[in-house]
Design a protein around this ligand. Structure first.
Ligand code: ADP
Length: 376
């Protein structure tokens, strides 16, 4: 233990030196004290930046920080730093970094020893926060960005609700028709005929719906293995247009095929056929007069396959959502015409699975749906 005397003498000598006097001789004990203090400073500095702690936090997939007993962030990983306005969280309190009073309160409780899990919203993102009190009185703060996961969950929920609703409609119609038949309509040949027709039509609709739902889920879960072989667009267009020729004749619509022979793309023949069938089918359904054309043009290393119609067109504000599942401009009309609301969603998924891109331009004069794929 250093006695008071050499310390008082050293202080006096230092004051004299600083006031312009001779260099102070501090004496052995005071010099030793100085060295020890420096050593302690160095150690606490090293503890504050323990490379092992830093390495561990950096290896975590979430934003992570250690909050010291004084309530400020002692160590943080890069993801946590990006949450701070100045991109450096160390030395700031969690409140200063996140501006979330809720989180600040939870950290305070965690510093007192209470672990917590909570969800907070920050800058339009949602974080799942874990607060774990550590033995040495600090708190490990983990923040997982769950924005995308929550969005996907909401989309899935919507999808299940929509699909159930779509399935329920034809099922109810079938049940009602069957009950009416059972209640006596079966005895009246004409009435029986019409109810059997209803059952047949609704069963067909159910088949289409379940087929589309199955297709979508097979594409999404990648069970539908797509090939990347060469596909000749002209032959494909010809084949699809022949398929719809009777419908076009019935509606007095002209069918135009303008695909050059050299239009060959990398893709899956069956998937591309489905894409083109869905697009041409829609074009025919939403066009009362005029024509439906399938064209292809080259753009650098790609081909653009387009289906054009002179139909109702689509108002601008619908365009960004038109490829979403079950999104329809006029649900009643779509159902009436046998639509499932899934055709364009299937088109988009298939084209993306082939590494391509889809799009639409539409106005009063009609619509143009296009698919962009790599040339083979
Ligand atoms: P649907 O089975 O209802 O046709 P789709 O996914 O194929 O489902 O299309 C979604 C919606 O996009 C349709 O309900 C319709 O409102 C609109 N649509 C699609 N193609 C056309 C088109 N060629 N012209 C006008 N509207 C279209």
């Amino acid at each position: 233990m250093l006695s008071g005397k050499p310390l008082a003498a050293a202080i006096r000598a230092l004051r004299t030196e600083l006031a312009g006097g001779p260099r102070a001789d501090l004496g052995r004990e005071v010099r030793e004290l100085q060295e020890l203090l420096a050593e302690r400073e160095l150690r606490s500095f090293a503890a504050a930046r323990d490379p092992a702690e830093q390495e561990m936090l950096s290896a975590l997939p979430d934003a992570a920080a250690l909050v010291g007993k004084d309530g400020t962030v002692r160590v943080a990983n890069a993801a946590f730093d990006t949450l701070a306005a100045n991109a450096r969280a160390t030395g700031q309190t969690p409140l200063e970094v996140t501006r979330s009073a809720e989180l600040a309160e939870a950290v305070r409780r965690a510093l007192e020893g209470t672990p917590r899990r909570l969800e907070i919203a920050l800058q339009r993102r949602t974080y799942l926060v874990h607060l774990a009190p550590l033995l040495r009185g600090e708190v490990l703060l983990l923040m997982r960005d769950v924005t995308e996961a929550k969005r996907a969950e909401a989309t899935r929920r919507d999808f299940v609700a929509n699909a159930s609703h779509e399935l329920r409609t034809p099922i109810s119609a079938i049940r009602a028709a069957a009950e009416t038949l059972a209640d006596g309509a079966i005895e009246d040949a004409a009435a029986a005929r019409s109810f059997v027709d209803i059952i047949g039509r609704q069963a067909e609709r159910l088949t289409r719906l379940t087929q589309d739902l199955l297709d979508l889920s097979r594409i999404e879960s990648r069970q539908w293995k797509l090939e990347a072989g060469p596909v000749e667009l002209r032959a494909l267009a010809q084949q699809v247009l022949e398929l719809v020729a009777p419908t076009a004749r019935e509606k007095s619509l002209e069918l135009v095929q303008a695909v050059p022979v050299e239009a060959v793309v990398r893709g899956d023949a069956r998937a591309l056929e489905q894409v083109l069938v869905n697009l041409v089918d829609n074009a025919l359904r939403y066009t009362a007069a005029g024509l439906v054309a399938v064209r292809a043009e080259r753009d650098g290393s790609e081909w653009i396959l387009a289906v054009e119609d002179t139909g109702t067109g689509i108002e601008r504000h619908h365009l960004p959502r038109i490829f979403e599942r079950f999104y329809r401009i006029d649900p009643g009309r779509s159902r009436e015409q046998g639509g499932t609301g899934l055709g364009l969603a299937i088109v988009k998924h298939l084209v993306q699975a082939m590494g391509g891109e889809v799009g639409v331009e539409s106005g009063e004069g009609g619509s143009r749906f296009w698919v962009r794929l790599t040339a083979a």
